[in-house]
Design a protein around this ligand. Structure first.
Ligand code: HEC
Length: 178
């Protein structure tokens, strides 16, 4: 079942950014000419750092690329358990480019990773992300392991609380509708 997120990290970022002066970053549209620069642009604008870089939102996106994508101890807690945005600097070291292209084209994770966004990217853009992340080299430590559903994670974490399931079946049908 797909989950909806009324409050996303991106929304939080937007709220925190509202009264800050904007910083200009030059868009890099041509992936073929400079895939590493294109990868940096995609990571910046597709919001990967919002979750995969601890402190990125708080810094208004003004963190040195040396710290990017090193994972985060922020938990995302909901009916799926608790997940942590992986250290992509370490994870991508485990794959060569061909493996990454295959993996990212079919990526299926638990929430709240927008795996559908990565799957919707062109191979050229996913290659650019790979080359950029690999150009940064390995750094940091692995993010905490995911926790199973029903277990309260240690702080810090975001929590998603859903309303109770609406009753279904004969008992529900017997309840008069208002
Ligand atoms: C809203 C938060 C969020 C955003 C935005 C986000 N991720 Fe994630 N990502 C996660 C979480 C949480 C996980 C761990 C999911 C799990 O444990 O199943 C994850 C997992 C992944 C994985 C799987 C890592 C592994 O260990 O195999 C990849 C690859 C990935 N993200 C890449 C990206 C890229 C590239 C972007 C930007 C286009 C991005 N993510 C944006 C939260 C996010």
């Amino acid at each position: 079942m797909p989950y909806r997120f009324p409050v996303s990290a991106a929304l939080l970022a937007a709220a925190l950014t509202a009264c800050q002066p904007a910083t200009q970053h030059t868009p890099v549209a041509d992936a073929g000419a400079n895939p590493i620069a294109r990868g940096e642009y995609l990571v910046r604008t597709a919001g990967c750092n919002d979750c995969h870089t601890a402190g990125y939102i708080e810094s208004q996106g003004e963190m040195d690329t040396a710290q990017w994508l090193t994972g985060s101890p922020m938990g995302y807690h909901g009916p799926w358990g608790t997940t942590y945005a992986s250290n992509l600097r370490l994870r991508l070291q485990e794959m060569d480019e061909a493996q990454w292209l295959e993996y990212s084209a079919h990526l299926r994770t638990r929430p709240i990773m927008p795996d559908f966004s990565l799957r919707a990217m062109t191979a050229e853009d996913r290659r650019a992300i790979y080359r950029f992340v690999r150009s940064l080299g390995p750094a940091g430590v692995a993010a905490p392991a995911a926790l199973p559903p029903g277990q309260t994670p240690p702080a810090p974490y975001f929590g998603l609380v859903l309303p109770p399931e609406a009753p279904t079946g004969p008992a529900a049908a017997a309840v008069p509708a208002n």
